[in-house]
Design a protein around this ligand. Structure first.
Ligand SMILES: Nc1ncnc2c1ncn2[C@@H]1O[C@H](COP(=O)(O)OP(=O)(O)OP(=O)(O)O)[C@@H](O)[C@H]1O
Length: 256
């Protein structure tokens, strides 16, 4: 039984007919990269896997149970999501925001305890935003906000990590640190899936890849079988050169 699995899943992209039914399983220990051009349906897929969007057909199962029938609290203790875009609607400090990650474990009106604070503070430290703990999230830079969102997921500590472009807004050092964190979570037995626009991050840090095409077709499998230059060139309609650095392929767009 996989942690999260899809069964003949067709995601509900408006105006799209059909597509490849997705039958894939995120096993504990795996780190998946979802790649595809703009509009291919990556965000729609991640939201569907999180139970925030209803599939057009097929099913998502979490720990073997149909996601649509599970209680949200049960889901939130096992599955977490970093959104691509966030609206921080009400004023909250960085620490208060990270503590939201503990809400699935607290009963209504129960206050966070010392252990919850310790987890949130350790997560802020790990994401290099501890010095911002008392700042309002609305005052942060884009990259700082992104790191707070990932710290909130780390505080939640679910078995399944879903992230929609987790390296958005991040500088090179923090991109690398966040990808290392994702890989570490997988190595510790969690299942990770993230949408990425940077092929090279996927090539270096993911062990499985799902390629999504704008017409709904998709293919997936171990990284080595998916990151084939000719397939990527047709996916992105972009000529690529490939070099190898540190044992991983590096894809470079060619002019013209
Ligand atoms: N509410 C909506 N009404 C109409 N079309 C929508 C709606 N929501 C999404 N779409 C369309 O569905 C398609 C898939 O969107 P999605 O955000 O999943 O793509 P994506 O692969 O994540 O794209 P990107 O790489 O640009 O983030 C897009 O063409 C988008 O315009």
């Amino acid at each position: 039984m996989g942690t999260l699995s899809t069964h003949d899943l067709i995601i509900d992209v408006p105006g799209r007919e059909g597509g490849t039914p997705l039958n894939l399983t995120l096993e504990p220990g795996q780190s998946w990269g979802v790649l595809g051009p703009n509009g291919a349906g990556k965000t729609t897929l991640i939201h569907t896997l999180a139970g925030l969007q209803t599939p057009r057909s097929g099913e998502v199962r979490l720990m073997g149970g149909p996601l649509g029938k599970l209680r949200r609290r049960h889901v939130a203790q096992r599955l977490g999501l970093v959104f691509q875009d966030r609206q921080d609607g009400f004023p909250a400090s960085v620490l208060e925001t990270a503590l939201i990650g503990r809400h699935p474990y607290l009963s209504p009106w129960q206050m966070e305890g010392a252990d919850d604070y310790a987890r949130a503070e350790a997560a802020l430290e790990r994401l290099d935003v501890a010095h911002l703990r008392d700042r309002l999230v609305s005052t942060l830079s884009g990259g700082e906000r992104q790191r707070v969102a990932i710290a909130t997921l780390l505080t939640q500590a679910p078995d399944v990590w879903l992230a929609d472009e987790p390296t958005n807004h991040l500088d090179l050092h923090h991109q690398s640190a966040v990808m290392a964190l994702m890989a570490e979570q997988a190595a510790e037995g969690r299942a990770v899936m993230m949408c990425l626009h940077d092929l090279n991050l996927a090539a270096r840090w993911c062990d499985h890849v799902l390629l999504m095409y704008p017409n709904g077709e998709a293919c997936w499998g171990p990284r080595e079988t998916m990151l084939v230059p000719s397939a990527l060139e047709s996916l992105y309609r972009q000529k690529l050169a490939v070099v190898e650095v540190d044992g991983a392929p590096v894809f470079v767009p060619i002019k013209g």
